[in-house]
Ligand binder design. Structure first.
Ligand code: NDP
Length: 330
């Protein structure tokens, strides 16, 4: 039987999401990859237990995570039942709807029909009565924002979600969604977007002012650019890496090669700061005032154990930031 480490809250920092009362750990764990049907359940268990022992109280899922789609929620449900049931009130569990999940016109995007059905399916797969955060995963050009907002609010009224989030929305649509949800007194507290050293524009130029004005927090996904911003690919593509796995088509050799020069230079900056590149990339991420939490993935517990030590050096000297900007601009 799993008994959580008694010291788990001693070394983690918890930040409030915008102006809400919801606190998230500086580092959260995402189950997009490494929690599918082909990933050993023993490794999944070790990652989840170890994460919680590190004070990582937030696990992020979505209907389509796996693969195949749904598998991550099913696996999480099994491990939750076996290990975490008695810790339910210490956990923030999120899920999402919006990407393709089942065939036909209702298994995708943002209609009321799709969102309510998808959330019900997610709760069933995970064996939960409610999720802490439910997200609309991406904007739907064909459904009025009012309809999507009302569906999310209905989940809250029914007690199936405590908080509402959106993901991958631009600034203008986020502003409109905030206005619609405010009129409903909705607990809309968080936006989930990609943000890392190689992908910055959406948060820095478009979303940051909208988040600040509306009191929303940011939780940033792929902060390590799926593993690129680590020492993983400096000497080729390891067999046990995401880029090597054929069933995961999101990171390829073609994407890796052009970044290697920059990665090598960034690693030198990290070393001078007494950090690994992964730790520096995460610290660089949380320096943004709107960022509540960085949402990492991990294929093994040791990665999380390394990443969490980013906290040892979160401050950047102006010269370090300038050097990083020069490297990125090359
Ligand atoms: P990351 O950028 O954190 O990439 C994770 C990968 O980086 C790991 O699988 C591992 O690669 C490698 N890695 C992690 N830590 C280390 C380390 N310390 N040293 C070396 N390598 C390391 O994030 P993801 O792209 O996985 O996204 C994280 C989460 O964000 C997802 O699980 C999901 O919850 C969310 N997300 C949301 C999206 C949305 O549209 N809302 C889209 C994408 C993600 P390897 O497997 O090769 O070991």
């Amino acid at each position: 039987m799993y008994v959580a480490d008694k010291t788990r809250y001693e070394n983690m920092e918890y930040r409030k999401s915008g102006r809400s009362g919801l606190k998230l750990p500086l580092l959260s764990l995402g189950l997009w990859q490494n929690f599918g049907e082909y990933d050993p359940i023993s490794n999944q268990r070790e990652i989840l237990r170890g994460a919680f022992d590190l004070g990582i109280t937030h696990f992020d899922l979505a209907n389509n995570y796996g693969g195949p789609a749904g598998a991550a929620e099913t696996n999480f449900g099994r491990l939750f039942k076996e290990d975490f049931k008695s810790y339910r009130d210490e956990l923030i569990i999120s899920s999402k709807a919006g990407y393709h999940m089942w065939d036909g016109p209702y298994g995708d995007w943002g209609s009321r029909k799709s969102i309510i059905a998808s959330c019900d399916q997610s709760l069933q797969r995970m064996g939960l009565d409610y999720v802490d955060i439910f997200y609309h995963h991406r904007p739907d050009p064909e459904t009025p924002l009012e309809e999507t907002a009302e569906a999310l609010m209905q989940l809250v009224r029914q007690g199936k979600a405590l908080y509402i989030g959106i993901s991958n929305y631009n600034g203008a649509d986020t502003q409109r969604m905030a206005e619609i949800l405010r009129k409903k007194d909705a607990p809309f507290v968080i936006h989930q977007m990609r943000y890392n050293l190689f992908s910055r524009e959406l948060l820095e130029t478009d979303l940051a002012p909208v988040l600040a004005e509306n009191g929303l927090g940011a939780i940033t996904f792929s902060p390590l650019a799926q593993g690129l911003l680590t020492n993983r690919y400096l000497h080729g593509i390891p067999e046990d890496s995401r880029a090597h796995r054929k069933e995961i088509p999101f990171l390829s050799e073609e994407q890796i090669a052009p970044t290697l020069r920059k990665i090598t230079q960034l690693q030198e900056v990290a070393e001078a700061r007494g950090q690994t590149l992964a730790q520096m990339a995460l610290a660089w991420n949380v320096r943004q005032p709107s960022v509540t939490s960085v949402l990492v993935g991990a294929s093994r517990l040791s990665q999380l154990q390394e990443s969490v030590k980013m906290k040892d050096n979160l401050v950047f000297a102006p010269e370090e930031l300038a050097t990083i900007e020069t490297i990125l601009a090359e």
